[in-house]
Design a protein around this ligand. Structure first.
Ligand SMILES: N[C@@H](CCC(=O)N[C@@H](CS)C(=O)NCC(=O)O)C(=O)O
Length: 451
């Protein structure tokens, strides 16, 4: 068992040591290579990519800029991003705050006075409204280098399905953002479930997993649905105790969602339930929770209470929040991903965490976890930095066991800082879901020794 003296920063590995250790892991090495590829617009799909060249020879040939939300919360940005990735359109990305998260840069407001996201600039022409953007992208980028996202022979079915997507969205809003009827009968829940039944049938018409026949990849219709269905999965189980994943009533929808989870482009944009239930209210208003045992249990798990954010983290495809099938059994990879992300941004992360013992910002925003003008308490930076190095080390070697108290280490202020950080790990903005769970649990491991 390791003995750790956290009173002096020099007692744990330096960030430089941790960096070389991280980069010698298989995952760290791959992430470093991807960071290099990213600079040239050739990286695999990832939210950190700011340039995708695809068939373009150089950035000078890139005609399109996507403005998307910085925190990866906006469902309309997600579907537009997916359209560009799956269709393989060369594009740049500029990340802009959502209003609930902070002030928007003046340069963006000069271009888009109502501040709406997503927006694109195509050959200098600015557009908003995700569906119109996606349709324009489909018309503009034709040729063998681009995937067809709306097959012409399917126009009628596409229109019908797009109408159903709006119905599902409306039924979801009525279900989640209004109080439930007594005894849960009929009303909004029944309406939502019946709409899902119709979607289930629509998916049953095709041989493959997608909404349109003979598609080897998702079409615009699938993308139009997926970003909100992802939010439905999180919100229905959290506020209403209705688990859509693995539900035998909606097998085709499950198959469709799993088909998405096999696609790297989708996995790169996929969030987790915690991030969603924190970011949905600032965008749509509060969710109304049912007073049931299922809801209490789901909230406990998703909010990280009890053991759900504690080591050892064991996630599988049957968990309340299933992991992607391809991530099963990759706990070490997840730990190493989290360590790499922490190590490559350690100074900023330490200062950010010290907001937990600092002052709230002079201007507040609607998202309760966002506080862009918060002032960190500089007094704690060195101690928080030392604890983060311990956390990084433990994630790299998988050695997190209860520390042997070499001396009393109780420090509630440092614990507050680590807790502040733990609550703000966002997926996919900061890291993938399995990595975020490892990071949250390792932070708890440290907090338990400080609190
Ligand atoms: N109908 C629009 C809706 C876009 C939308 O509502 N965007 C929200 C974010 S999800 C937005 O930009 N709100 C302003 C903000 O939060 O900054 C679309 O499909 O693009």
């Amino acid at each position: 068992m390791r003995m750790v003296n956290t009173t002096s920063a020099s007692s744990s590995s330096s960030w430089a040591d941790l960096q070389s250790k991280s980069e010698s892991t298989e995952t760290g090495l791959k992430m470093k290579e991807q960071a290099e590829q990213r600079k040239g617009g050739k990286a695999e799909p990832h939210v950190d990519n700011l340039l995708h060249l695809y068939s373009a020879k150089s950035e000078d040939d890139v005609r399109l800029t996507l403005y998307r939300d910085h925190a990866a919360w906006c469902p309309y940005c997600q579907k537009t991003l997916l359209m560009l990735l799956i269709k393989r359109v060369p594009f740049r990305v500029e990340k802009i705050n959502m209003r609930s998260y902070g002030d928007k840069p003046k340069a963006f407001l000069d271009k888009v006075p109502n501040g709406l996201l997503p927006a694109i600039e195509l050959d200098g022409e600015l557009m908003t409204e995700s569906l119109q953007i996606m349709a324009r992208i489909e018309r503009e980028f034709t040729g063998p280098e681009y995937k067809v996202m709306v097959p012409e022979q399917e126009f009628d079915r596409v229109n019908q399905l797009l109408g159903m997507e709006r119905e599902l969205f409306g039924a979801w809003c009525g279900f989640i953002f209004r109080p439930s009827m007594p005894f849960g009968v009929g009303g909004a829940r029944g309406g939502f479930e019946a709409t899902l039944d119709r979607i289930e049938q629509a998916l049953g018409v095709t041989a493959g997993p997608w909404f349109l026949e003979n598609q080897e990849h998702p079409s615009l219709v699938d993308l139009q649905f997926v970003s909100h269905v992802e939010r439905m999965n999180a919100s229905c189980v959290y506020w209403k105790g209705l688990n859509l994943r693995g539900n035998s009533r909606w097998k085709n929808i499950e198959r469709w969602f799993q088909a998405f989870e096999e696609i790297p482009e989708y996995r790169a944009t996929k969030s987790d339930y915690y991030t969603h239930v924190m970011n949905i209210p600032p965008q749509y208003g509060p969710g109304y929770e049912d007073n049931t045992a299922e809801v209490k249990e789901a909230m406990r798990i998703i909010n990280g209470e009890g053991d759900s954010w504690r080591l050892p983290i064991q996630l599988n495809t049957n968990s309340l929040e299933p992991i992607n099938a391809c991530d099963v059994g990759k706990e070490e990879e997840a730990r190493h991903e989290a360590a790499y992300k922490l190590i490559s941004n350690s100074k900023n992360v330490a200062r950010f965490a010290c907001r937990g013992a600092g002052e709230a910002g002079r201007k507040q925003f609607q998202a309760p976890l966002a506080d862009p003008y918060a002032v960190p308490n500089e007094k704690y930076v060195d101690s928080v930095d030392a604890w983060l190095r311990i956390v990084a080390d433990a994630m790299l070697d998988g050695s997190a066991e209860p520390l042997q108290p070499s001396e009393p280490k109780k420090d509630k202020e440092i614990a507050k800082c680590l807790r502040y950080l733990r609550e703000r790990v966002g997926v996919p903005r900061d890291m993938s879901y399995p990595a975020a769970m490892q990071f949250r649990a390792h932070l708890n491991w440290a907090i338990d020794q400080l609190d």
